[in-house]
Design a protein around this ligand. Structure first.
Ligand code: ADP
Length: 506
């Protein structure tokens, strides 16, 4: 797996539970491959460590092979063997990935799903430990170990409390929290599974949760990492108060190492001029393909195609309360009332939300302007971004949000709530306090139906009454640079500073 590093480049290892397109549940997966690839392009040596899930997309991995080593790793008082697989994941030259396959009777990654198992805490603390063990045993001189979300937050305390004592201490730890709603809490004694010292860590200034007696893994990563980031500047502000879900005080204490960096999108994967999922590729200067995709999708979904200029509103999301489920439901009826068409692509891990939307889907079964597709479908998501004229993201909170950026790249104008990363990427078309060249969509602040209606109605008005202005807006949105380039430079910068401090310390 030795890739030639460059003299100035860093050796960066991401340890994560998801990576697009191999193992994707949400935005985290896109970040791992998008950021990883951008860092690689800048001359860094980037490697990724993932669990070897039975349900991952094996066909997206090149040269998948098992290594001729077995890594023994500690768990619950015993040592367990782990097979290590390597492969590269598509994106251009390919990102090198290690896949860990535990030989543990718990069959941790043979569950036919990524998350949602009763023993997730065990599964991912096990994985975090093996990932570090692999790096330790490989003798690699890593500069930055970057862990993500609670599933790999264990890495930070494990590194400093266990591995640094073994002399594996050249690296600095960066932790990114992609969503403070998920913090990974458990009874304190569960920390011991992966070899962490419960007595040492179950303290208010270390890993004990700020409001109950459990331990909190995300808190542990904030305390133990050298760099802590989240995925947009506005969300970084929000989590310093209620948005922090109990971790606001911890973030305030550690504010010097905490920063919000807006995610980018993978502009190779999300490129309407090369996208192989589209019927017709297109670009800002040649929008014919956009209308061709709209016509094709309408046909495919058996929707009315009587009027080519009937606006089509898209929404692609996990259906969870965070995403403003009540406003998504309302948007369906509101779009119908305004004479538009609506396509929802989404699925829910929450059974009563899934059932509720199945009910709405039934209700609109014979309406050829509304389609609810309650599943996960990557290919269809590309078609919806391309076919839609507007795209709604009415989230209650949104750490970054990728769909509004993807939508813009495909010329679908976003209608979003002003929160988190949406506030950092969508600027209201009518807001005269914002320079005209930045205004790219429609926003609302209050998380209620009136707030949403005011934004959607304004979008419909421009679409119907000022088609030339609308077309210019579509073209402007398609040309905005949402690539990882700028954000990856920001990560590179904070990595460099941490690595320089590490060198100065030895
Ligand atoms: P989150 O990470 O909270 O789910 P993001 O907006 O950051 O939200 O990222 C969501 C990603 O998952 C986007 O790439 C989006 O296109 C994709 N996605 C969400 N739901 C679906 C679905 N049902 N089918 C296909 N892709 C989906």
């Amino acid at each position: 797996m030795a890739l030639p590093g460059t003299s100035s480049g860093l050796h960066i290892v991401h340890i994560a539970a998801e990576m697009a397109p191999v193992a994707k549940v949400g935005g985290l997966a896109d970040v791992i491959s998008g950021l990883g690839k951008a860092l690689q392009k800048k001359g860094n040596l980037v490697e990724i460590i993932l669990p070897k899930y039975d349900c991952m997309q094996h066909n997206q991995i090149n040269n998948l092979k098992v290594l001729d080593v077995v890594v023994q790793s500690y768990f619950e008082g015993n040592m367990f063997a782990n097979k290590i697989w390597t492969g590269t994941v598509e994106v251009n030259a390919g990102l090198p990935v290690y896949f860990i396959e535990p030989q543990h009777p718990g069959k941790f990654f043979w569950r036919a799903q990524y998350y949602g198992e009763h023993d997730d805490f065990k599964r991912f603390s096990y994985f975090s430990r093996v990932a570090l063990e692999l790096l330790y045993q490989s003798g690699k001189k890593v500069d930055i170990i970057h862990c993500h979300d609670w599933q790999t937050a264990f890495v930070a305390p494990l590194y400093w409390d266990v591995y640094a004592n073994l002399g594996f201490n050249s690296a600095r730890i960066c932790f990114t929290c992609h969503n403070f709603e998920y913090q990974g809490t458990a009874p304190a004694q569960d920390l011991a599974y992966c070899g962490l010292d419960v007595e040492h860590l179950d303290r208010a200034d270390r890993m004990r949760d700020n409001s109950h007696g459990r331990i909190n893994v995300v808190k542990g990563a904030i305390v133990y990492s050298n760099i802590v980031t989240t995925v947009s500047p506005t969300y970084a502000q929000e989590v310093r108060s209620e948005g922090g879900r109990g971790l606001q005080d911890t973030l305030k204490i550690h504010s010097k190492k905490f920063v919000g960096i807006l995610n980018g999108i993978d502009t190779d994967t999300w490129n309407p001029s090369t996208d192989r999922f589209l019927k017709v590729q297109y670009s800002a200067n040649d929008l014919y393909g956009k209308s061709a995709n709209k016509a094709a999708l309408r046909k495919q979904l058996k929707m009315s195609s009587a009027n080519a200029s009937q606006p089509l509103v898209g929404c692609i999301t996990r259906l969870v309360p965070q995403k403003g489920v009540h406003l998504i439901r309302h948007a369906i009826y509101k779009t119908a009332e305004l004479g538009g068409q609506f396509i929802l692509l989404g699925s829910s891990p929450v059974p009563n939300i899934q059932r509720e939307f199945e009910g709405i889907a039934d209700q609109f079964q014979n309406n050829n302007n509304i389609r609810l597709l309650l599943k996960y479908d990557d290919a269809l998501s590309h078609m919806i971004f391309a076919a839609s004229d507007m795209f709604i993201v009415p989230s209650m909170f949104e750490p970054c949000g990728l769909t509004q950026m993807i939508a813009m790249r495909y010329g679908s104008v976003p209608v979003v709530r002003k929160t988190g990363g949406l506030n950092d990427s969508v600027f209201d078309f009518d807001d005269e306090t914002i320079p005209m060249e930045l205004r790219n969509g429609f926003t609302f602040l209050k998380a209620d139906e009136q707030g949403f209606d005011s934004a959607l109605e304004r979008a419909f008005n421009y679409y119907h009454r000022k088609p030339e202005v609308w077309k210019q807006l579509v073209q402007k949105d398609m040309k905005i640079d949402f690539s990882w380039d700028t954000s990856a430079s920001q990560y590179e910068d904070i990595y460099q500073r941490a690595a320089a401090r590490a060198r100065a310390a030895t």
